[in-house]
Design a protein around this ligand. Structure first.
Ligand code: GDP
Ligand code: MG
Length: 449
């Protein structure tokens, strides 16, 4: 994400960093580069002006010109300004305690990601120990109800639906009854969206709001639509009233304009971001972490948290030890490939490793290749995976046949494994962090092909 913006901003830093002293002219040049970067990122013009003025004011103060390391000082100012424009601190959902039913209304245009985000949010709340219910109130398209039902089933969350219902308020009221009988503590209501804002939609959503008095009214907006996502948020806020925004397709947003303009223009906090199509590709919006990512500084905190969510800490420690002692086997590799798949978008992991941000694209990690690797490894016996040295030519032929690959591919995988094992051992020694070891694994999938 934000590759282009990150690239441009690091150009600006290059102008200024490493200099023992910097002049006002240096600052002007760097600020000009940042301004162009923000405009190209589709950041709202008013926001760009405010950002630039605030940065110049602070940078031209005594602080930067006389700082021991003026370049660093300047980067810090830009970073802090970004954090403040992105909303300062993480904004949590404001829900009632578990003994009282809370209601979250999910609003947005068709295709913005409402249904997907409803499911993602439900999964997240479930992991936090709540008992959510998904309510299918998008009654315009029958397929929408089915889509929610399928997602709910996939993540183990109940879905309240009524085929051929026409009144969303009625569906809500029945879902409320059901919730009370079934100890539900949070209702997440997926609503009707249209291709554009129209009176009928606003009317329906208003009625639903009045009937349900929601604790949260979350607008789901597509980050890739840039400024228009911001305009939509503004309109929804004026007509219905919002408590926050979920920006989806953040994984595909190379520009970052919507994220940077939203808070300043609408005054509403960004609460979550969608980072892919899978239910787990969803994160709270952390302004400081996003600012670091935009500046290409990576984001170790999120990386570690994310990896911890998916892999058991103990498992990771065992892995790190195995790598260090070179007892890491193909059996372990297979486990890793499966957990990389579980982790969702590899790209979102890569962006969090310092120095890696923006350096790898999704294509760098070949998902097809992961599948092939998994197929080959699955065709081996456990004994072969535990000791790859026993895999001679007849075993290779059998494995190739079993996995639908070629003998050359099997040989290549084994070679890659040996190479990876050596390099990973070095890295783990340098960096005694089990979670980092896990993410390195995904990096090496492609590099040492
Ligand atoms: N890459 C990516 N795709 C997403 C994300 N959120 C939703 N989508 C996709 O966007 C499309 C529309 O989503 P959907 O939830 O059906 O939108 P709705 O019409 O607002 O309910 C689907 O293909 C989703 O898989 C996201 O965060 N990243
Ligand atoms: Mg939908």
């Amino acid at each position: 994400m934000f590759e282009k913006l990150t690239q441009k901003i690091s150009d600006a830093f290059r102008v200024i960093s490493g200099k023992a002293t910097i002049t006002e002219k240096n600052i002007d040049d760097a600020v000009e580069t940042i301004k162009m970067a923000l405009l190209e990122a589709d950041v709202n013009l008013r926001v760009v002006r405010r950002f630039i003025n605030a940065t110049i004011e602070e940078a031209k103060g005594e602080k930067v010109l006389r700082a021991v390391d003026p370049g660093q000082q300047f980067i810090k100012i830009v970073h802090d300004k970004l954090v403040s424009f992105l909303g300062d601190t993480k904004q949590d959902l404001r829900l009632k305690g578990p003994d009282t039913l809370s209601v979250i209304l999910i609003l947005g245009l068709q295709g913005s990601g409402k249904t997907t985000s409803s499911a993602k949010l439900a999964l997240r709340l479930k992991k936090e120990g709540r008992k959510p219910l998904l309510v299918a109130c998008d009654l315009v398209r029958p397929a929408a109800i089915e889509q929610l039902a399928v997602l709910g089933n996939q993540i183990g969350i109940p879905v309240y639906k009524e085929i051929s219902a026409t009144d969303s308020v009625k569906v809500y009221k029945e879902a409320l009854q059901w919730s009370r009988q079934n100890m539900i503590d949070t209702m997440i209501i997926d609503t009707t969206g249209r291709l554009q804002i129209d009176e009928a939609m606003m009317e329906e959503l208003s009625r639903l709001k009045t009937a349900s008095s929601p604790d949260e009214l979350l607008l789901v907006a597509d980050a890739m639509t840039g400024q228009s996502a911001v305009d939509i948020a503004k309109t929804f806020d004026e007509k219905i009233g919002l408590t926050g925004v979920v920006l989806t397709k953040f994984d595909s947003d190379t520009r970052g304009g919507a994220a940077l303009s939203l808070k300043t223009i609408t005054g509403k906090p960004l609460k979550f971001v969608g980072l892919g199509e899978k239910p787990e590709n969803f994160e709270p919006f952390h302004p400081d972490r996003i600012a670091s990512r935009i500046l290409g500084m990576g984001d170790v905190v999120s990386l570690v948290e994310k990896a911890q969510e998916v892999i058991d800490q103990k498992e990771a420690e065992v892995l790190a030890k195995k790598i260090e002692k070179e007892t890491f086997t193909l059996e372990d590799w297979l486990t890793q490939i499966r957990s990389i798949k579980k982790m969702g978008s590899i790209q979102s992991m890569l962006d969090m490793i310092p120095g890696m941000a923006g350096q790898f694209s999704e294509e760098d990690i070949d998902k097809e290749d992961l599948k092939i690797q998994e197929a080959i490894l699955s065709s081996m016996t456990r004994q072969e995976r535990s000791n790859h040295l026993i895999i001679g030519s007849s075993r290779r032929t059998r494995i190739a046949r079993g996995s639908g690959t070629s003998v050359a591919e099997v040989a290549r995988l084994i070679k890659k494994f040996e190479k990876m094992r050596t390099i990973m051992k070095k890295i783990t020694k340098m960096n005694k962090n089990p979670a980092a070891a896990q993410s390195m694994m995904s990096r090496f999938q492609k590099r040492f092909k």
